[in-house]
Design a protein around this ligand. Structure first.
Ligand SMILES: Cc1ncc(COP(=O)(O)O)c(C=O)c1O
Ligand SMILES: [Zn+2]
Length: 412
């Protein structure tokens, strides 16, 4: 199959296409974020569901005709994407809904959904002749860039808040990236990374300004649709920080709808912590303004979301809604997920599930409807938060009496 290039860039605010000739990060006219646009009828002429389903590559590269790069990387041995869609009948029953699936993106190479964006971003950077990639990140995007840069022999330069969980910072160092922990918030790290990109001309993998990244993230929706045999779920729950993941989730379903491969775009829910809720606030007030973010879900702790417009569009165009949850609801959701399904999510990654719990209480989902919850990253990266609700028991002596005494203590 011949690979068609994408046909252009379109500003999501002023709608301009004509000024956006060569690749650049933001609108030449108004500075807002851009969408990648495709010629859907040309893609349909060259590609079909049947052809896709015969492809034995289960990574995101099976969707190459819908990705904004010329070719797949030469080395695809580190599979990004192709993550399981796990059905939970017991949770569906508990919430009184027809079906419930968890899209477990903690199974990506570096442990988070961010690998989808990084993998496409690195290939795009290479096609632009770049060797060095810069990212500002709350931790996961940086760990992802460090991991996949090691695979694809690129240099990664990373700015992350020095308060990011130690596991994420350690992971970045293990992969051999150049890490600059920043004394300040994620927003400070983001601003610094933007200045560094301007100064050096290196490629930017910072979420929220590079339209290639939402194209990588959208592969999660392409997979969900394929895994459900091209039947869209009724509702999709997404944890939101900058808004790039949810923007990508919408774009994936939008592309498939435009291709005529699915009959509807599901309702998309933006779930945020009470302590970091700029996008949910904007959905009710109509204005996107910065908050003073503070939440245990460090990956979604963002003052001013950089992909706010795409996030708002995802919710409004899909007839979804914004949901706020408390930190304790997030921690409870994390524990419920782990003990009922075996999926261990970090707090941010369990936030979508907390949003589903709240929505089912509010009656937003009918008993004959289905929901998919995105689980965006593994709990192993932030053990400190995971220990808030569970305690490691005291040690027992290595004899049967000691075991029996302690077994009775825990009500066994
Ligand atoms: C695990 C996890 N979930 C959700 C998000 C939110 O994604 P976005 O900032 O694109 O809204 C992030 C971002 O860092 C993340 O790491
Ligand atoms: Zn514009």
């Amino acid at each position: 199959m011949k690979k068609l290039d994408y046909i252009g860039l379109k500003c999501i605010s002023c709608g301009d296409i004509s000024s956006q000739k060569d690749f650049h990060y933001t609108c030449e006219l108004c500075g807002e974020n851009l969408d990648i646009i495709y010629d859907y009828s040309a893609i349909n002429n060259d590609w079909s569901k049947d052809e896709l389903m015969k492809n034995v590559d289960h990574s995101i590269w099976r969707f190459l005709p819908l990705l904004p790069v010329k070719e797949s990387p030469t080395n695809t041995s580190m599979q990004v994407g192709g993550t399981p869609l796990i059905q939970s009948d017991s949770l569906a029953k508990a919430f009184g809904i027809k079906s419930l699936w968890l899209k477990d993106d903690s199974r990506n190479p570096s442990g988070s959904l961010k690998d989808r964006a990084t993998e496409v971003g690195i290939q795009h950077a290479k096609e632009q002749g770049q060797k060095t990639i810069v990212a500002a990140s709350t931790g996961n995007a940086a760990a992802s860039l460090a991991c996949l840069s090691a695979t694809h022999e690129m240099e990664a330069v990373i700015f992350a808040p020095s308060s990011a969980p130690a596991a994420k910072l350690t992971q970045i160092m293990q992969y051999g990236a150049k890490l600059f922990p920043v004394n300040g918030s994620y927003d400070d790290a983001f601003d610094l990374s933007t200045e560094v990109v301007k100064d050096t001309g290196w490629y930017s993998r910072s979420t929220g300004i590079n339209p290639i990244l939402s194209e990588g993230k959208k592969t999660v929706s392409l997979e969900i649709a394929e895994q459900l045999n091209w039947q869209s779920p009724d509702h999709v729950f997404v944890p939101v920080g900058d808004g790039c993941i949810i923007g990508g989730v919408y774009k994936g379903f939008y592309d498939l709808f435009k291709l005529g491969w699915i009959e509807k775009i599901p309702k998309i829910y933006a779930v945020q912590s009470n302590g970091s809720s700029a996008i949910v606030n904007a959905l009710s007030t109509g204005t996107l303004s910065a908050v003073n973010a503070s939440t245990i879900a460090d990956s979604i702790s963002v003052d001013l979301p950089r992909d706010g417009l795409k996030a708002i569009r995802a919710v409004t165009e899909s007839n979804g809604t914004g949901i706020k949850v408390s930190d304790i609801e997030i921690l409870n959701a994390q524990h419920t997920l782990a003990k009922t399904t075996g999926v261990f999510a970090e707090p941010a990654a369990a936030t979508g599930f907390a949003g589903l719990e709240k929505s089912s209480i509010k009656g937003l989902i009918s008993s004959n409807e289905s929901a998919v919850v995105l689980v965006t990253g593994t709990g192993l990266k932030d053990i400190h938060s995971a220990q808030q609700l569970v305690q490691i028991p005291d040690a027992i002596n290595p004899n049967i009496d000691s075991f029996k005494k302690n077994w009775r203590k825990i009500g066994g």
